[in-house]
Design a protein around this ligand. Structure first.
Ligand code: AMP
Length: 812
């Protein structure tokens, strides 16, 4: 959660509040007088954005203590003194007059028609409207400020066009924080091809939202159900616009386009916290328009970020290798509109720029493919709407540009390829590729393909079959889990009959073995100890949760194995084992330079965000620690061990247990003391983990010659004394961006604050990690003294520092 720099620094207004929201014909609002909306949400009057004489007529929040202007009338022509007057004229318009020269109209609203009794009213939505008498029907408004946005999109405002009248409502940033005149940046719904929101600096595109796909804009994978606002995209013969509404009207939330070109959603918390960042675009450098050029694809978790799509090669390989990706990629085999051309399906992408596209709402995907194939300049297609299995057709013509890959909520794109390109394998690194063959492929090819497929399936079947495991969730609800079942002989053989030499480690429900399947696939096998009562519960829990989850930062369950009393789970093997074996080891920690640590922290944050917010179940892990983060061959972190995880349904956000389970050193105070767990108790553990990764020291068992604080207390003290640099592990080597490390320490400390409400959500954490917004100063952490001393924030009494997951009954 970042306390944001407020837009207006020193506002000067002289206040004479007039308790009305309306002015009638020939009535005026003078400089110093303030109109207040009926519900007390907004005010209108003259103001100066700094301590100069420049006076503007604007609308601002009444209830927000940091003056925040949401609309300015005369943004290009300020008054130079306080003689300004706002008047309702008999032409049915609003005019700002210079009081010393009443004939001089500085600014005026236009009017669609004349009115008998023109009246101006400041509505409680922040909309200043001109109407005829008491005609409150919005359709009949003579004029409204919502049609002429400045830098702010308020709830209910439309961002987009009326195609009948030509009215185009778009955001334009202020020139600077104290100059409301139009700056360089605009954010506008672009109607060419299929509409998308485009952020421009001058005429150059800097970011695009991508097209609307029925659920969200293609480039906003995180846009989904949320507690703050609902949103809609309307696109018909008359109108195309985006609009949002607040779920709870007492929340103050706005979308603002800042002078630096960042578009942010911010929520007002209170005088202490100020405006808090909720979401932001551009999100990261992959959001920079066309970073990887045509047919290049950007992946923020990859190094280098840009890669040519499969079937394409860099246009200028030398430039490409030097990270100049702007010229993009060209086809390995040019298209010639020949027989045999087909499509390759790329998954998980942000759809390319749609300004050169065509759409049809009624076609299905098959028809879409056929139309694309029949037109030689059509380069790609996909469904227009992804809901209910997909419908409609979106076609691209010409080069495809501004493509990026998402871990989640990316879309499918079918790209046209020459016949000879349809046989290659691969896709974006680490992703599966699928072929979509449309058109004339020889029947021999099809027979061969079927044969190969049958052989592959037969081989797979021999190895595993699908099975159902029925388990009871907490509360007695029965849960059936479909899981591929391996036969016992296969697993026994793969692990050298559970040889001690294959042992990888020991966890909550038993030993873990390394195994190798017939096809050389390496696996990790968790074997439930036969006499473990609690282990059985954890085993079931793990099956229920992890089998339903899929994310790049969660360990993947491949299947299970049940044989008489034996129960086993089979995972993808993580060659680099767990994170603790790196960060707390003097030698191995040197393999983790700062960049790797930063990527690991980011990955864990994303995995946790998925659990908390984006997965089908809302899951609290309850035992996040370095030992439960596994690392794959590329050091990508995978959260594991769901043995004590819990899920929340509906609007539940917090639960209480008498059986406190977790790990000493990672548990939040409210969970350890009162048994209260929520997503915020995971955030606490995440904060501990961040400080451990940065410092290379365990929180549990931390000692320092100068004090008896634990790692959290130590980090906080250093932070308060401006010495955070001293926390950094000496093994990390050179640091190119010290501010990034200091930022991470700040985020870690925000996460371990004592009160759950003080801690940021994981979505805020992910944002803080990827943006440069100003961060709030953390308060004292919970549990910040070491063993043998008493913390003012909590009592560590009941724990023993044995380093493994502990269980406490009657924690309350
Ligand atoms: P767990 O039961 O998940 O806590 O696992 C215990 C230990 O087994 C871990 O700390 C790892 O060292 C090892 N382990 C667990 N799962 C895997 C895996 N998928 N790949 C490699 N090692 C693993």
């Amino acid at each position: 959660m970042g306390a944001l720099p407020t837009l207006l620094l020193v506002f000067s207004i002289f206040r004479i509040s007039i308790a009305v929201d309306t002015i009638a014909l020939n009535q005026v609002v003078r400089d110093g007088e303030i109109l207040t909306s009926a519900g007390g949400s907004f005010e209108l009057g003259f103001f100066s954005p700094d301590d100069s004489n420049r006076r503007y007529l604007g609308i601002w929040y009444k209830k927000v203590s940091t003056m925040t202007v949401v609309w300015v009338a005369n943004r290009e022509i300020p008054l130079n003194d306080s003689s300004g007057v706002l008047k309702v004229t008999d032409q049915g318009t609003l005019a700002i007059l210079n009081g010393s020269n009443t004939n001089f109209i500085l600014w005026s609203s236009n009017s669609s028609r004349s009115a008998r009794n023109p009246t101006a009213q400041l509505l409680d939505s922040g909309n200043l409207v001109m109407k005829d008498g008491n005609d409150d029907n919005p359709e009949n408004f003579l004029w409204q400020s919502f049609d002429y946005p400045c830098n702010t999109l308020l709830p209910g405002m439309k961002l987009g066009r009326n195609t009948v009248t030509g009215l185009d409502r778009y955001l334009s940033a202020w020139k600077s924080v104290d100059d409301p005149s139009k700056g360089n940046f605009t954010y506008r719904l672009d109607p060419s091809g299929y509409p998308q929101l485009i952020l421009r600096k001058g005429s150059a595109v800097t970011f695009r939202s991508g097209p609307w796909n029925g659920l969200r804009f293609s480039g906003f994978p995180e846009l989904g159900r949320n507690p703050v606002y609902t949103y809609e995209f309307v696109f018909n013969e008359k109108e195309m616009y985006f609009r949002y509404e607040l779920v709870n009207s007492s929340v103050v939330s706005r979308l603002v386009l800042n002078p630096d070109g960042s578009k942010q959603r911010v929520n007002w918390i209170d005088r202490t916290h100020g405006w808090i960042l909720y979401s932001s675009a551009p999100m990261d450098s992959c959001d920079s328009y066309a970073l990887c050029g045509v047919y290049g694809s950007c992946n923020i978790n990859r190094s280098p970020k840009c890669e040519c799509m499969e079937g394409f090669v860099p246009k200028f390989p030398n430039d490409w290798d030097m990270a100049d990706w702007s010229n993009g990629c060209v086809r390995s085999t040019p298209l010639g509109c020949q027989n045999g051309e087909g499509f390759v399906k790329f998954s998980g992408v942000k759809l390319p720029d749609t300004r050169n596209s065509w759409f049809n709402r009624s076609m299905d995907l098959k028809e879409c493919a056929a139309v694309c194939l029949s037109n030689c300049s059509c380069t790609a297609y996909t469904n227009l709407d992804i809901r209910d299995g997909g419908s409609g057709c979106l076609l691209w013509f010409g080069d495809l540009i501004d493509i990026r890959e998402f871990n989640e909520n990316g879309q499918e794109l079918y790209v046209r390829m020459a016949a000879s390109e349809l046989g290659r394998s691969g896709n974006f690194k680490g992703k599966k590729r699928e072929w979509v063959i449309v058109g004339s492929v020889s029947s021999l090819g099809i027979i061969l393909l079927c044969l190969l497929l049958t052989l592959y399936l037969l081989k797979k079947k021999k190895l595993r079959k699908k099975g159902t495991m029925g388990y009871n969730l907490e509360g007695g609800q029965k849960e059936d889990v479909e899981l591929p079942l391996f036969d016992f002989a296969t697993i026994s053989k793969a692990t050298n009959h559970f040889s001690i030499y294959n042992k990888l480690g020991e966890g909550g429900f038993g030993l873990v073995y390394k195994g190798t399947l017939q096809e050389e696939q390496e696996i990790a096998v968790k074997r439930l100890s036969k006499n473990s009562g609690q282990g059985l519960n954890e085993f079931k829990n793990e099956v229920i949760y992890i089998s339903k989850l899929q994310h790049r930062n969660l360990v993947r369950l491949l299947g299970g194995c049940i044989h008489d009393e034996e129960k086993m789970l089979i995972y993808e093997y993580m060659p680099n084992k767990s994170l603790d074996s790196f960060i707390f080891d003097k030698t191995r920690s040197m393999e983790l330079d700062w960049n790797k640590r930063f990527l690991i922290i980011n990955g864990i944050a994303r995995g946790l965000l998925y659990l908390h917010q984006d997965s089908r179940l809302r899951i609290i892990h309850r035992d996040l620690k370095a030992d439960n983060v596994l690392l794959d061959e590329e050091m990508i972190p995978k959260i594991s061990d769901f043995g004590i995880a819990r899920s929340f349904g509906g609007n539940e956000t917090e639960a209480n247990t008498k059986r406190v389970v977790g790990t000493y050193g990672y548990m939040s105070p409210e969970y350890a003391i009162d048994g209260l767990y929520s997503t915020k108790s995971d955030v606490f553990s995440f904060g501990v983990l961040v400080l451990e990764i940065v410092s290379g020291k365990r929180n549990r068992g931390f000692s320092h010659p100068d004090h008896s604080l634990n790692l959290l207390g130590h980090a906080w003290t250093l932070y308060m004394e401006g010495r955070s640099m001293e926390l950094i592990d000496s093994s990390v080597g050179d640091i190119h961006d010290l501010s990034q490390v200091l930022r991470l320490i700040n985020v870690g400390l925000l996460c371990v604050q004592c009160g759950p409400d003080e801690r940021p959500s994981m979505s805020s954490v992910v944002l803080m990690l990827s943006s440069d917004s100003t961060l709030p100063q953390p308060k004292e952490p919970g549990f910040f003294t070491g063993r043998g001393s008493t913390s003012s924030s909590g009592n560590q009494g009941p724990f023993s520092g044995n380093g493994i997951t502990i269980t406490m009954f009657d924690g309350r």
